[in-house]
Design a protein around this ligand. Structure first.
Ligand code: NI
Length: 159
């Protein structure tokens, strides 16, 4: 396993649509392992493959630090409600912005054996799912921000 370099806003790889995964090769397995390691090292909530420079539809999420989720070829099948709150991204370091997302999201995705499963989430998990799915389409949360981006440090001082 290895920590991969996280691409930052301005890198064109973050604005490209990702390709479906059709086979779990040893390279893909290494990528998945590295993505989890990179996510935990960066203390993030989610990471999509394009953030480490790979245009594949692979996402890792862990909203508690103890619930690793691997989503391959995830597709949103249902969403409802609304939540507005500060959101950040490992590709936009030190910043956060207000984004409105569904409060409930349900997806179908594939596991490490390419078996399909459904996953539903509310609140932070719903936000993380929607944020990461956007990455696979080449979109960053900054495109959806309401109001200015703020420095994470300033937000922490307010709390
Ligand atoms: Ni992100």
């Amino acid at each position: 396993m290895a920590i991969r370099k996280i691409r930052e806003i301005g890198d064109p790889v973050l604005n490209k649509r990702c390709k479906e995964v059709t086979e779990i090769t040893p390279r893909i397995q290494d990528l998945i392992d590295d993505m989890f390691e990179t996510l935990y090292e960066a203390e993030g909530v989610g990471l999509a493959a394009p953030q480490v420079g790979i245009l594949k539809r692979i996402v890792v999420i862990d909203v508690t630090g103890e619930d690793p989720l691997l989503l391959i070829n995830p597709k949103l099948i249902e969403s409802s409600g609304e939540q507005t709150g500060y959101e950040g991204c490992l590709s936009v370091p030190g910043k956060q912005g207000n984004v409105t997302r569904p409060n409930y999201a349900k997806i179908i995705a594939y596991d490490e054996n390419l078996n399909p499963f459904e996953l539903e989430g509310t609140e932070l998990l719903a936000r993380a799912i929607c944020h990461e799915l956007d990455h696979l389409e080449g979109h960053l949360y900054v495109e959806r921000v309401e109001g200015p981006l703020v420095n994470t440090e300033d937000l922490e001082e307010e709390q």
